[in-house]
Write a protein that binds this ligand. Sequence first.
Ligand SMILES: Cc1cc2nc3c(=O)[nH]c(=O)nc-3n(C[C@H](O)[C@H](O)[C@H](O)COP(=O)(O)OP(=O)(O)OC[C@H]3O[C@@H](n4cnc5c(N)ncnc54)[C@H](O)[C@@H]3O)c2cc1C
Ligand code: SF4
Length: 444
Amino acid sequence: MNADIRTGRLDPEVIQENFSDLHTPLNELQAIQESARCLFCHDAPCTQACPTDIDIPGFIRKIASGNLHGAAKTILDENIMGNTCGNVCPVEELCEQVCVKNTSEEKPVLIGQLQRYATDYLLDNGIQPFEAGPDSGKHIAVVGAGPAGLSCAHRLAQFGHNVTVYDCHDEPGGLNEYGLAAYKMCEERAAREVAFILDIGGINIENGKSLGIDFDLDDLRQKFDAVFIGLGHNTVNILGMENEDVDGVYNAVDYIERIRQEYLSDLPVGRQVVVIGGGNTAIDIAVQIKKLGAESVTMVYRRGLDQMGATDYEQEVAQTNGVLITTQARPLRIHTSDNQLSAVEFEYTEKDSNGNLAGTGETFTLAADQLFKAIGQALETTPLAGTETPEIINRRIQVNAQQRTNLPDVWAGGDCTPGTDLTVTAVQDGKIAALSINEYLNHG
Ligand SMILES: Cc1cc2nc3c(=O)[nH]c(=O)nc-3n(C[C@H](O)[C@H](O)[C@H](O)COP(=O)(O)OP(=O)(O)OC[C@H]3O[C@@H](n4cnc5c(N)ncnc54)[C@H](O)[C@@H]3O)c2cc1C
Ligand code: SF4
C-alpha cells in the first residue's frame, strides 16, 4: 500500500467528533417554537411535494399541541421509514422548498427536523403503534431488505399476510445500513428503525440469501402467492480505463460500506484524494474521507455545478468541509508508480455545437494517492434470470403505476425500477406495491 495511505490520520476522538450528527436534534422548546411557525395551509404544498404524501401540517399541529405519539403515527402511517427520512431526505428540494414560509420569512418550517423529533420520541420510548392484521393465509416473498423491501413487507404484514424477506447482506436495511453517510445516520439509527419495522410481527428475514444463487425467481413464484423485488443497484459503473485496478483506486460505494461497518480509525486514508463523480455518492465519499483526515480532497465532475446530481445543500456541505469541487473535466488517464496510483490526468470539457459534452484538448493532472470512483450504480440483471423475466429497459425493471411488472405475480420498486433514487421514493414504491399485492390477493 502507498505510504501516504494510512490508518489513524486523526485521533479517534477527533474522528468521532467529525462524524457526529449533521443536525443537532431539536429540543422540546425548539420543536414547539418551530411547529408554531407553520400556517397549517389548506392543500398544503409541502404535502404535495412529499413523495410519501405525509400529512405535514397534520403532524406539525400535533407536535404543537404536545401530542408526539399522534404526530409520529401520522408520519409513519405514510412512511414507515419517516425517522430515517427526517435525517436524509433532500428536504431543500422537496417539502421545505415549497413551504410558503420561504416567501414570508425567507426560511421554511424545518419539516425534516420536526419529523425526526416526533419519530425519535416514538422509537426512543419503544412505543409500537402498529400490529399485524389477522392471518390471511397468504405468503409473499420480498427480495431485498432495503427501504423498498421493508416498506412493502411492513404494509403487507398490516394486512395480515405472511412475508419472507431475503437479502444477500448479513444485516437488513439496505443502503440505510450500508450506504447513507455515517454523519446522517448516527447511533445505530438504521438498525433501530429496522427492529421497529420487524416488531410488527409476520415478517421473517432471511439474511445471507441471494436471488440468483440460493434460489431463483421461478422458485419464488412457485412457492409464494406473490413476489416483490427490491434489489436496489447491485453493481457500480466503471471508468473503463487502464490501471483502474491498481492499489489506491477504490469504488466509493464499497468504501462507504466500510465506513458504516468498521471502526473508523482503522480505515486506510490517503493524503491527496481525488473523487470522480457529481452525485450524492461522490459528495458522501469526499466529505467522509476529509472527516477521516485526508489532507486534500478534490471532487472532479465532467459537467457544470448546476447539472450535478448532488443538491445545492449537499454541495455546500462538501465545500464547508473543505472539499474542492472542480467541474467541466473528465478523467483521461490513471498514472502509476511502482504499480500504485500516483496521479489522475483530466481533460477540460465543454458542450460542442450539438450540445454534447466534448473534450477541449486542454489537460491538467492531480497528484493522488487515493482515487474514488463514484460514477453511478446500476442493476445487474443476472439474478433475475428464470423461465420468464420481468421486462428490463436501461437496466431498470419496468413497472406500472402500481409497481407491477409484466409478470402477473411479480412487483418491483426502489432503485431497481425507473424514477428518482432516494430513500423516500423507495419507501413509497414498496408501499404502493403492497397495496396492489393486497388487492390482487383479495380480488385477483
Ligand atoms: C452513498 C449513497 C448515499 C445516499 N444518500 C442518500 C441520502 O442522503 N438521501 C436519500 O434519500 N437517498 C440517498 N441515497 C439513495 C438511497 O440510499 C436509495 O435510493 C435507497 O436505499 C434505495 O432503496 P432500495 O430498497 O431500492 O435499495 P437498497 O437500499 O440498495 O436495498 C436493496 C437490498 O437488496 C439486497 N440485494 C441486492 N441483490 C440481492 C440479491 N441478488 N439477492 C438478495 N438480496 C439482494 C441488498 O443487499 C440490499 O439490502 C444514497 C445512496 C448511496 C449509494
Ligand atoms: S407549506 Fe409550510 S407553512 Fe404551509 S403547511 Fe407546509 S410546513 Fe406549514
